[in-house]
Design a protein around this ligand. Structure first.
Ligand SMILES: [Zn+2]
Length: 262
């Protein structure tokens, strides 16, 4: 789809912001109304992360088809992720046999400041190797207790990009969900077709980093997940210089298409 960029972002994200406390209240209400289990993960006094789990609609004869993990809101200047999580929870149209875990906001103190880092100034998505922050320690304490996932999705935005793109980590070369996601997003949001995105080679909006996590001093969430809980990970990046509803739609469409294809 073609669509004009807003041209708002100069040196950082300057678009719409959200009331994260209200969005999370709505997420909790939607999760409870659809019978998800809802856990508050204590990070610090007065600071909890929310984790929602939806068991598959299993019978004794048929086990869950797959387990998927979704997280959003690790960067406080990327409002589309938590809003996409809310949309997905409210719509509640998941594949029946999917077991799902969803963390709608990993950085609750960053959003009121509209900044990437948490209130203490740490980029949480670089803390998965050293675990210096209470938020990531609380998240991982919970994640360690979860069985592995067939696939994981981390919902992000990029304030500089010209369109939607994604990172795929798929070292065992399982059937790729990347083209399915791109195809589903293209009708609702422009795709960034640049040959290089964020200094990495890209192909049709897909970045497949050559990965040796042990060579990297700081780990994003996707690295930790790949090392510990999954063998197939997608980081979806919606372009922040387009209208917020477009970015939310892009993330929702990408997640839906990937889950439907599993
Ligand atoms: Zn991000």
């Amino acid at each position: 789809m073609t669509m004009q960029q807003l041209g708002k972002n100069r040196g950082g994200y300057l678009g719409e912001t959200i009331d994260i406390a209200a969005v999370l209240r709505d997420c909790v209400a939607a999760a409870r109304s659809h019978h998800w289990s809802v856990e508050a993960l204590p990070a610090e006094p007065g600071l909890d992360l929310w984790a929602f789990t939806r068991p598959a609609a299993t019978s004794t004869t048929a086990p869950a088809a797959f387990r998927a993990y979704l997280s959003a809101g690790i960067h406080g200047d990327e409002p589309a992720g938590p809003l996409a999580a809310l949309r997905l929870l409210r719509d509640n149209s998941w594949p029946a046999r999917a077991e799902l875990c969803l963390l709608p906001c990993l950085n609750p103190t960053g959003f009121p400041l509209n900044r990437r880092e948490n209130a203490r100034g740490t980029d949480l998505n670089r803390d998965y190797r050293h675990l210096d922050t209470a938020e990531i320690r609380a998240q991982l304490q919970w994640l360690q207790r979860q069985p592995p996932f067939d696939v994981t999705f981390c919902l992000h935005e990029d304030w500089e990009s010209r369109g939607f793109y994604l990172y795929e980590l798929n070292p065992e070369r399982r059937r790729s969900l990347a083209p399915i996601i791109i195809e589903a997003v293209a009708p609702v949001c422009p795709i960034d077709l640049s040959p290089v995105i964020e200094e990495r080679e890209a192909n049709g909006g897909i970045i497949s980093p050559n990965l040796d996590p042990n060579s990297r001093p700081q780990w994003p969430e996707a690295f930790w997940l790949l090392q510990n809980k999954t063998r197939q990970s997608y980081t979806l990046e919606a372009p922040s210089d387009f209208p917020l509803p477009t970015r939310v739609e892009a993330l929702v469409a990408g997640v839906r298409a990937a889950l439907a294809a599993l």
